[in-house]
Design a protein around this ligand. Structure first.
Ligand code: Z5A
Length: 208
């Protein structure tokens, strides 16, 4: 039986990485074989592309280059890792996927959704996640969490507040257009409350 593909999306500091580990543990406890991964990245080639994309010395990177690199990494990720795992009956949980391209490159960089859709169709051939969790919260809360975590900033984290407002708005817009695929979670709540929302959705997915 085919496994299921779950993606986690949201603005920075929303709790995706934290809850990726939670979802992995929750599914494993129910006997499911889980592969956790991330974008950009997830494969040896993809992780090299991630390095190019996040390197803040690459301030000259054109938005088209950025988008095509995201999809180059994604093509490798789908073919090398995601599809084979699903075919073996494993569930795959990815920290970000194509919704991020719509939100960051389409909305925040101003490229428009219509330039992304044909590339998505070419790379994915109709392949889509079974469920996408959108960790939604006010930008300031996410930024404060990242600041208190400390560490280096990357090329995206140097963007300004209004850039991330556009990202947030685009995620919510996409969720409204296809409500069956998305679960919008209130990520400003406590970790326990966010995880209760996740469990409710995972249970529904298990029973589907
Ligand atoms: N990008 C793109 O532009 N186009 C694309 O197609 C793709 C990606 C695929 C890399 O992503 C960048 O690539 C990303 C978009 C772009 N840039 N940005 N910004 P990334 O996922 O690697 O980077 P990120 O989004 O910046 O990750 P992040 O800042 O680590 O966010 P997070 O994973 O959602 O947060 P977290 O690490 O789970 O949590 C942050 C802190 O908050 C941490 O200390 C937690 O313990 C704490 N936390 C988490 N949840 C809670 C709750 N509920 N209460 C209190 N504290 C909490």
């Amino acid at each position: 039986m085919q496994g299921k593909f779950i993606t986690l999306e949201g603005t920075e500091g929303a709790g995706k990485s934290t809850n990726l580990a939670f979802i992995e543990t929750w599914l494993q406890a129910r006997g499911i074989d889980v592969v956790v991964t991330r974008e950009p990245g997830g494969t040896a080639i993809g992780e090299k592309i991630r390095g190019l994309l996040l390197d803040k010395s690459h301030s000259e990177m054109h938005a088209d280059t950025e988008l095509l690199l995201m999809f180059a990494a994604r093509a490798q990720h789908i073919q090398e890792k995601i599809l084979p795992a699903l075919a073996e009956g494993k569930w795959v949980v990815s920290d970000r996927f194509t919704d991020a391209s719509y939100a960051y490159q389409g909305a925040a960089r101003g490229m428009g959704f219509e330039r992304i859709a044909p590339i998505e169709a070419w790379v994915q051939q109709g392949f889509q996640p079974h469920k996408t969790f959108i960790f939604d919260l006010p930008i300031e809360i996410g930024m404060a969490r990242v600041a208190s975590r400390g560490g280096q900033t990357d090329r995206f984290e140097q963007e300004r507040h209004d850039f991330f407002e556009k990202v947030r708005g685009a995620y919510l817009q996409r969720a409204e257009l296809a409500p069956a695929r998305y679960a919008v979670l209130d990520a400003s709540q406590s970790l326990e409350a966010v995880q209760a929302q996740i469990i409710a959705n995972l249970q529904a997915l298990l029973e589907a």
